[in-house]
Write a protein that binds this ligand. Structure first.
Ligand code: AMP
Length: 249
């Protein structure tokens, strides 16, 4: 089975986002960028499936600027077989990303596509669902476990107060949640090996996809600074403040 894993290059999750002075977006100049954490989990899952003999080929795809190649190399160093880089400097919306991925699926014919449940830079959480709709494939979302048995994939996700198990007929889409696995660190020899693995260079135009934006970011602002706390004298004062100031009881 061929497994395709789309990965996005985003601001590293340890870095505090700085908003540009004109409020047009987050300042990405000279900050550490990494693979979207959910996508690392997807890569780990694909590599595990290959090690277990259930995946025959694993392909990592990224759509983004030339530096997105580094993110693809990270996936290759973790064990993916080859990469596809669709180069664009535009910050594409999920529908455009999903259309490009659909065209790649038409060409590559994977049986499974594993995406992150969301990209941590925009929190859209939309691409997996859109791709499933465009392909008319079933989707198991926010997987915290996935198991293949014959031509069916069982996906378990956490829902409010419990677990939900769904069974998908392949080909299928799965989106990953944090508890699915713990991504490995790439070893130095594997980082060296990854340099020799092939990456196809493409553009959105190669797939005939119209990437015209449909929405405009009006403004981006920092969260309000937290106000300093106060020390109450006794329980009665605490109750009074919760009742009359915070209005929570
Ligand atoms: P989103 O819908 O933007 O929250 O992203 C959900 C998932 O879609 C990510 O975890 C990736 O697997 C995939 N994805 C989003 N944007 C890209 C991109 N530019 N290149 C490759 N995959 C992407």
């Amino acid at each position: 089975m061929k497994v395709l894993v789309p990965v996005k290059r985003v601001l590293d999750y340890n870095v505090k986002a700085r908003v540009k002075s004109d409020n047009s977006g987050v300042d990405l100049a000279n900050v550490k960028m990494s693979m979207n954490p959910f996508d690392e989990i997807s890569v780990e899952q694909a590599v595990k499936m290959q090690e277990a003999g259930t995946a025959s080929e694993t392909v990592v795809v990224s759509i983004g600027p030339s530096k997105a190649q580094e993110t693809i190399r990270t996936g290759l160093a973790m064990g993916m077989d080859r990469g596809i880089h669709v180069e664009t400097d535009e910050d594409l919306e999920p529908l455009a990303i999903a259309k490009i991925l659909k065209a790649i699926c038409d060409e590559e014919k994977p049986e499974l596509v594993i995406l992150g449940k969301q990209a941590i830079d925009n929190d859209y959480g939309a691409t997996g669902g859109m791709l499933a709709a465009l392909l008319d494939w079933p989707i198991g979302s926010a997987a915290n476990s996935m198991k293949l048995a014959g031509s069916d994939m069982t996906v378990v996700k956490e829902v409010d107060g419990g677990l939900q198990t769904v069974k998908l007929t392949m080909p299928a889409i799965v989106t990953t949640d944090l508890r699915l696995n713990e991504p490995r660190y790439a070893s130095l020899p594997n980082i060296m090996k990854a340099k020799k693995k092939p990456i196809d260079a493409k553009t959105p135009a190669d797939y005939g996809v119209d990437t015209k934006p449909r929405l405009k970011t009006v403004k981006v602002t920092e969260p309000e600074a937290r106000k300093a706390g106060i020390k109450v004298e006794d329980a009665a004062q605490l109750v009074d403040k919760l009742k009359n100031e915070a209005g929570v009881i």
